[in-house]
Design a protein around this ligand. Structure first.
Ligand code: PLP
Ligand code: ZN
Length: 433
């Protein structure tokens, strides 16, 4: 369904990435009335979660009817995504003055980022299309990070070839390893990310190639399950605030869609307020939000101007022209939205504080935590209010950032003679006091 006014409707099997009539963004519309009522549905999901049949043990596919009923169970490609822990922020929350702060660990999944939630849906949909007789020779995306890792993993699980298009020379070996390990075709172009995107959009016009970038609205359907999980894990309580890092703005749109549909279905009785958290150096939505505020009215897509994204440690949100901007604006306005931005120093400090309270946050999550700190400090968020921060990736994927955060805490070399080692360690403990 077109989201930009022309009201065009298409079935999932027709491969459109944008509206063929007006080039607007598309989104999946569900027959919500066809779903069971809230109490019945809750019981179905509970049964599936504890001892259900594969793939209902997946956090995404236990919600199959809400996510993508058009895909039959036999075509689902799942690697056990979703069902990530919701963890009280404990000593970190206390340190920043938020008494009910929770972290939703969406980066603890299979490929180490929340991208799995959307990719399981997209790849399953492609497998369904193939079963219905469509020819798909390969799925293709432009990405240097988490999207290519997820597409390569799910493509390998499905036995569908994957092409990953990357800018030559701008890729670290760590970013290359996951797609290479999964056997994806990794193509390096002498250009930047936007140049790669142009080639990929052209490739996707080839009838046998399928585009997996976040322009593809099927991924949103998997990502919206984060909203359900938060509410279910809190026993039905809707948090006052949900904060999420935003780059291309697909995930904040997915959260808004999730909460709005849960409200329409009667599963929840109110909405949380959403906060989209950007890095100051790549903050086109934040700048639009500031313009709207100065004009004394709600955020509009017209407030937005693309920016040249500066280099930020939060590389997965280093995007100056977000594809899903109109959807994010609509979603934020429906959910009392706020947009915030974090400086490099603030996000590094937030990461250090969180890690020293036992977390191991990626730089994107650190940006969201820094925004939480700001909003608690200026009392936008009350100290007693329930807050959930979405952690988007595992810290282990961002070694260089971690080396910077932990720079002050170097390993100490001590003697290997046991008595001398014990004496040295006592001296170190005393010095810490
Ligand atoms: C993709 C990604 C984001 C940004 O999500 P959008 O949907 O593009 O806003 C944030 N953090 C991590 C770790 C990501 O991989
Ligand atoms: Zn349209």
């Amino acid at each position: 369904m077109c989201t930009e006014g022309c009201a065009g409707e298409f079935t999932p099997a027709t491969t459109h990435y944008r509206c063929p009539r007006c080039a607007g963004l598309l989104e999946v519309r569900h027959e919500l009335a066809a779903l069971p009522e809230a109490a019945v549905w809750r019981e179905i999901v509970r049964t599936r979660t504890f001892g259900g049949e594969w793939p209902h043990l997946s956090g995404v596919w236990r919600l199959h009817e809400w996510v993508m009923p058009w895909v039959s169970r036999a075509q689902v490609v799942s690697l056990g995504e979703g069902g990530s822990p919701l963890v009280p922020a404990g000593r970190y929350g206390a340190a920043i003055g938020a008494r009910s702060l929770w972290i939703k660990q969406c980066g603890s999944g299979h490929t180490g980022s929340f991208k799995d939630l959307g990719m399981t849906v997209l790849v399953s949909a492609v497998k369904q299309m193939i079963a219905e007789g469509r020819e798909v020779r390969a799925m293709v995306c432009a990405s240097t990070g988490d999207t290519s890792a997820a597409l390569a993993a799910y493509g390998a699980a499905a036995g569908i070839p994957v092409i990953v298009v990357l800018p030559a020379g701008k890729i670290s070996s760590a970013q290359l390893l996951q797609p290479r390990a999964h056997g994806a075709m990794v193509v390096a172009l002498e250009t930047d990310f936007d140049g790669c995107m142009r080639v990929v959009e052209r490739l996707a016009r080839e009838p046998a190639l399928y585009l997996a970038n976040s322009l593809n609205c099927l991924r949103i359907e998997g990502q919206k399950t984060i909203a359900w999980e938060i509410v279910a894990q809190r026993g039905g309580v809707v948090p006052a605030w949900v904060l999420v890092p935003g780059g291309n703005l697909g995930n904040v749109s997915a959260l808004a869609k999730g909460f709005l549909e849960l409200l329409a279905l009667g599963w929840i009785d109110r909405l949380p307020r959403l906060v989209c958290c950007q890095a100051e150096r790549a903050a086109p939505l934040y700048e639009a939000f500031v313009r709207a505020k100065a004009a004394g009215r709600a955020l509009r897509s017209e407030d937005y101007r693309p920016v040249q994204a500066g280099t930020t440690a939060a590389s997965a949100i280093q995007i100056g022209a977000p594809v899903s901007l109109p959807k994010a604006v609509a979603g934020l306005n429906a959910c009392g939205g706020v947009v915030a931005a974090a400086s490099e120093a603030a996000l590094a400090a937030a990461a250090a504080r969180a890690d020293q309270a036992g977390f191991y946050v990626c730089p994107q999550t650190a940006a969201a935590l820094a925004c939480a700190e700001q909003l608690v400090a200026d009392r936008t968020i009350g100290a007693e209010e329930e807050v959930v921060v979405i952690s988007t990736a595992h810290g282990l994927k961002f070694g260089e950032f971690k080396a910077q955060v932990a720079a002050e805490n170097q390993a100490v070399s001590v003697s290997s003679e046991p008595e001398a080692a014990v004496a040295a360690i006592h001296r170190l403990l005393d010095a810490k006091r």
